[in-house]
Design a protein around this ligand. Structure first.
Ligand SMILES: Nc1ncnc2c1ncn2[C@@H]1O[C@H](COP(=O)(O)OP(=O)(O)OP(=O)(O)O)[C@@H](O)[C@H]1O
Ligand SMILES: [Mg+2]
Length: 458
């Protein structure tokens, strides 16, 4: 193991040499200098695990040295050595971020003890920083964040497959983040220096799509007055993102299959075969297997495309992501709209967690943007939410059906949903005050609070 390195700054020869000897004997890698000026030079030239400095020194004193070090790297650990006359200054130094101070005459045991303590503190701090960066990774990828197990799995997959050239297909309802996943894959791959070109196969009319993808030569068809480079060529070296791939016509599906298999194609009306090195990422909000069964999508193409499937569940199936997304968008729009809204009150959050979000993350993002625009200051309360959110019911709190359907109903979840609904409405009407909310339901406060707890309403 590497010896911990210590920098000592003390203008007093005897005490400096004593300290140097003591720490060297105890297994530290020590460098000693005579004043703060030299200490700064040493500090800038090498990495030290710990700095021990005297307070009174010529040129640059201990306090100035401490300030300098903390300014350069706030994580640095500094111990102050002080004589009886300067204890007050040492206390001052602690306020500036010194780890501890030791008084002269130095007692060997105490010095070693303090140094050991400081070093383990530094190590702990470093471990925490690493842990935080791991956490960050787990909670997000690029601009995408998520907390649910489903999203953590998505992040893991992205990390694993980003740098491979395999074809990826992203499945998910509208607004679940398919395009974000495609971007994360591209920008975390070796292809990130090359273009990522997106084509929305559903938005471009069928007869234009072929030319969009593969380009055409001059005179290839009426109106082709000039030759044109297609998106596959534009994406050379990079990634092509084929959005809404299920919308592609059967004729184009054949051409795409060839590009995937042979990595080559011709422009419309062209004779020259063009080879491209492009990674394909596709996305769809449809069930492709069903489309294959219904013969709307070629089976051979399906197998070529469905190499690495990534499934983005709808937001209503990963409610654990809602609070983190809400806060993410709140701080995003606070920043971009120069607002300073505080946060989301618990009852408002409860409503948002309960709403089924048919438009998924996009709908949630739009709602938060609207709230930030509309509200001037303070916290977002239930009263700020649009009625569709207040009335919205997810599956688990469906209201009583008109009549019991043939397949039956789930008694427990219906009752729970009804209870939750009542509690939330009472809370909202009472402006969040539990006592008055309980009164509105003719419950005593303890029962009310117990129910909140049981139903996970915070
Ligand atoms: N996990 C997430 N974290 C942060 N923002 C997200 C997340 N998922 C989606 N978004 C945001 O939601 C919006 C919709 O995402 P995106 O365009 O990627 O969805 P999509 O699945 O491609 O939708 P569509 O099928 O309608 O094209 C974007 O503004 C995106 O930034
Ligand atoms: Mg999209």
């Amino acid at each position: 193991m590497k010896k911990p390195s210590v920098l000592i700054a003390d203008d007093h020869d005897v005490s400096r040499d004593n300290l140097l000897a003591l720490l060297s004997e105890n297994g530290f890698n020590v460098r000693a200098v005579e004043d703060g000026r030299q200490a700064i030079d040493a500090f800038l030239g090498e990495k030290f695990d710990l700095v021990i400095t005297d307070l009174k020194m010529p040129r640059v004193d201990g306090l100035q040295l401490l300030e300098f070090i903390k300014g350069v790297s706030a994580e640095s650990v500094v111990i102050i050595v002080t004589g009886h006359g300067t204890v007050g200054t040492a206390v001052e130094a602690m306020k500036l971020g010194a780890f501890d101070y030791i008084t002269k005459p130095l007692k060997d045991d105490l010095v070693i003890l303090t140094v050991e303590r400081a070093l383990s503190f530094a190590k702990l701090k470093e471990e925490n920083a690493t842990l935080r960066s791991h956490l960050k990774k787990q909670y997000g990828f690029g601009k995408m964040i998520g907390y649910s197990d489903a999203m953590k799995k998505v992040f893991e997959t992205i990390e694993k497959v980003a740098s491979s050239d395999s074809t990826v297909i992203i499945y998910g309802e509208s607004g679940t983040g398919k395009e974000l996943v495609a971007k994360a894959l591209h920008f975390n791959s070796d292809r990130s220096g090359f273009p990522m070109v997106a084509v929305n196969c559903g938005a471009i009319p069928e007869d234009l799509l072929e030319s969009e993808l593969f380009g055409h030569e001059k005179g290839a068809f009426t109106g082709a007055t000039q030759s044109r480079v297609g998106r596959f060529e534009l994406a050379a070296g990079g990634t092509i993102f084929l959005d809404e791939i299920a919308e592609m016509s059967p004729a184009l599906q054949v051409k795409l299959l060839r590009v995937i298999q042979e990595k080559e194609f011709e422009r419309i009306g062209g004779v020259r075969t063009i080879s491209v090195d492009v990674r394909i990422i596709a996305a769809t909000n449809q069930d492709l297997e069903k489309a294959v069964k219904e013969r709307r999508f070629r089976e051979d193409l399906f197998y070529r495309i469905n190499v690495i499937p990534i499934h983005l569940p709808p937001l209503r199936d990963r409610k654990a992501d809602i609070p983190i997304l809400v806060n993410h968008f709140l701080s995003k729009f606070n920043k971009s709209k120069k607002k300073n809204l505080g946060g989301i009150l618990p009852e408002a959050m409860a409503y948002m967690e309960r709403y089924p979000w048919p438009g998924n993350v996009r709908e949630l993002e739009n709602l938060i943007e609207m709230l930030v625009v509309m509200k001037e200051t303070g916290d977002i309360a239930a009263a700020d939410l649009p009625t569709k959110i207040l009335n919205g019911r997810g599956k688990e709190n469906a209201v009583l059906p008109e009549s019991i359907p043939d397949e039956g109903v789930d008694f427990n979840s219906l009752v729970t949903g009804f209870e939750k609904d009542l509690l939330l409405r009472a809370l909202s009407k009472a402006g969040g005050a539990k006592k008055s909310a309980a009164k509105l339901l003719n419950l005593n406060r303890t029962t009310f609070v117990e129910k909140l707890k049981r139903l996970n309403i915070s």
